[in-house]
Ligand binder design. Sequence first.
Ligand SMILES: [Zn+2]
Ligand SMILES: [Zn+2]
Length: 178
Amino acid sequence: MGIRVEVLGKNKVVYFFHWPHPILESMKKTTPTRARPTKTKIRAAFHAAGLRLTRQRLTIYRELTGRYDHPDVDMLFRAVQPKLRKISVFTVYRTMNALEEAGLVWRVTTWKGHARYDGHVVAHAHFLCERCGKIMDIEAGDVSALCKRVSGEHGQVQRVDLMFYGEEADCAAEQGAS
Ligand SMILES: [Zn+2]
Ligand SMILES: [Zn+2]
């Protein structure tokens, strides 16, 4: 079981923790309850970020904020392609770069060479199943406390990259059964 915990602030402070750790032990998988943002909210967020809201950007952003699997560009492309006939993988790629640059989405990690994205830009941690590549959200309570501590000790934390690597119970059970 390999665990890497990183907290990135302005000064690229990196923490490493080892198993077992009280933060990890107190975390549990959460049931997603995120509501899709309204068009008015999205428009305001884009405006604040200085980004023009095009139909393509809106569709891609909506797709990302409505799902919980932290997709890569290809997964997003396949999801929006029926709605945006003329879209190309390259356009999705460029859109994700623009959205990331604007702080509207976070790049969660790069797994097997593919950047994975999150539309939920509030400090929370992730668990990556190294067997199937699924990335799951983890309750944010302890992450917020850790952020506060790091902010106090080192400087304002702007985003959090907190990833636990392992094998989810379902995948491990499947492996055992086959
Ligand atoms: Zn899995
Ligand atoms: Zn997430």
